[in-house]
Design a protein around this ligand. Structure first.
Ligand SMILES: [Zn+2]
Length: 311
């Protein structure tokens, strides 16, 4: 009888210790992202330790998804082809998103701001057609990480500051040019360190062209596409899309695209309505210009370009 009890106890101990043992199987390419996730939690006073969770990450061929999390067995599967073709910011988003499911037990949230920005890190897709997330902005990344670990997080104050178009009459006239051109380029002759406004107004363009875009610095653009069914208003930085909105209408035949720099931020306006904002980044070169797409080669549109320094 005594022996039986001992055997039974031993079995109990083995079984219960097996239950407690958590295992993690994380291939090398994912280690820095998983470590980063727990560091970001720590930075936000969220007490999470990898050793307290079962977690397995697999690189596989998955149909239709960039990644999945099975919350029942804590297995994350990442699509190999997707992984090979995305940049570090997208890799971080993908791994953190799946850990949001598997570790934080969060589900999807596709809520968006009135200008189309995704409000949640846990929005459904990396290139979500329903809302846009700026993965390349430090300010937006901070907000999204705050929201990942605290789903009650609200949009930060910097987002709602300076959304009004008028600047209290403190514009100092600098340049005012009317050009007629299919495409236009010029060099900046004002101090980019100062706060400024650049307005491009395109006149009577909707009958002759499909797309208007203003360019600044290297490979950055702010565009409105009349005929695009999706994402007709978009912003790209270094040729990466950082903002899109499929729900913007142009009213009338004229359109105005505006970029402002106010202190540490870029702000974008379409027809004097606030569109999007993120931190001011160096232009890399001092050029600005426009591109117009039209069916007929050589189509010209009259533009009015105004540059102001804000003081
Ligand atoms: Zn998901």
């Amino acid at each position: 009888m005594k022996e039986r009890i001992i055997v039974f106890l031993l079995i109990l101990i083995v079984v219960s210790s097996c239950r407690k043992e958590k295992t993690q199987t994380i291939p090398d390419e994912f280690v820095s992202f998983v470590d980063g996730f727990f560091e970001e939690a720590f930075n936000r006073n969220v007490d999470l330790n990898l050793s307290d969770f079962n977690l397995e990450i697999k690189l596989e061929d998955i149909q239709d998804h960039a990644g999945t999390c099975n919350t029942r067995n804590s297995v994350i599967r990442i699509d190999e082809e997707t992984w090979l073709n995305i940049d570090d910011q997208q890799k971080e988003w993908l791994i953190y998103h799946e850990l949001g499911h598997c570790i934080l037990e969060r589900s999807h949230n596709n809520n968006k701001a009135s200008n189309g920005e995704c409000l949640s890190f846990m929005n459904e897709q990396m290139s979500n057609p329903d809302c846009s997330s700026n993965l390349y902005s430090v300010m937006w990344r901070d907000y999204y990480l705050d929201e990942l670990f605290n789903d009650c997080q609200e949009l930060p104050d910097w987002y709602s500051t300076n959304q009004e178009y008028v600047d209290n009459g403190n514009r100092i006239y600098q340049v005012d040019t009317t050009v007629t051109a299919t495409g236009f380029g010029d060099l900046v002759e004002f101090d980019l360190n100062k706060n400024f406004v650049i307005e491009f107004e395109f006149f009577n363009w909707t009958e002759v062209a499909d797309f208007i875009s203003i360019l600044w610095g290297n490979n950055n653009s702010f565009s409105f596409c009349k005929t695009c069914i999706q994402n007709n208003l978009s912003i790209s930085l270094n040729q990466k899309t950082i903002y899109y909105n499929s729900d913007v209408e142009n009213i009338g035949d004229n359109s105005k695209l505006t970029i402002k720099k106010i202190n540490d931020r870029h702000l974008f306006f379409f027809n004097e309505q606030f569109v999007h904002t993120f931190e001011y980044t160096e232009w890399e070169n001092n050029s600005f210009g426009t591109i117009i797409w039209a069916e007929e080669i050589g189509t010209e549109i009259t533009m009015d370009i105004k540059v102001y320094i804000l003081e």
